[in-house]
Write a protein that binds this ligand. Structure first.
Ligand code: FE2
Ligand code: FE2
Length: 156
């Protein structure tokens, strides 16, 4: 997978991502931590860039208006799960429930369409057994999330 993006690819990425990135609700994800010292916003940007690179590598066939909003909003759950009750943490409830929480927030704040919401809902598969990624964009975000989580956890 290519690490360096061309000027045109960077411009294309920014054009889709900036309206989301500049929104105060998305900026709030800075306040929550994802893995180690990485904020949810930083993690979400890592996932968006990785999903974009994966798409370029695998033939550029994704709809970027689904892939990139889905990636930047995939963890748009807006709470710090470390502050949740003990039961919530012990049974890893967060892992199962946050894709649905994020999907609901994406619809409320950005009127995200069903395809974007599918990307968000399915990103934790196979943990969420019945939310299976069926479209290219959802598969790429699901893979990108796992690659980034691994990298952020190991390299902290
Ligand atoms: Fe997640
Ligand atoms: Fe994630």
């Amino acid at each position: 997978m290519r690490h360096h993006l061309s000027e045109e690819e960077t411009a294309q990425f920014n054009e889709v991502i900036l309206p989301y990135l500049s929104h105060p609700a998305v900026q709030k994800m800075k306040d929550y931590c994802a893995h180690g010292s990485v904020s949810v916003l930083q993690h979400s940007m890592n996932v968006a860039k990785t999903a974009y690179r994966l798409d370029l590598f695998f033939g550029k066939r994704s709809d970027l208006k689904i892939l990139l909003p889905g990636a930047i909003l995939h963890d748009f759950y807006l709470y710090d799960w470390h502050d949740r009750p003990l039961s919530f943490r012990i049974f890893k409830m967060h892992g199962y429930t946050h894709p649905f929480e994020a999907s609901k927030n994406a619809a409320e704040v950005f009127q995200a369409n069903e395809q974007i919401r599918e990307v968000i809902r399915c990103h934790m598969w196979p943990l969420t057994l019945t939310s299976i990624p069926r479209h290219r964009e959802a598969v790429l975000v699901c893979i990108a999330d796992k690659l980034c989580a691994l990298k952020e956890t190991i390299l902290r």
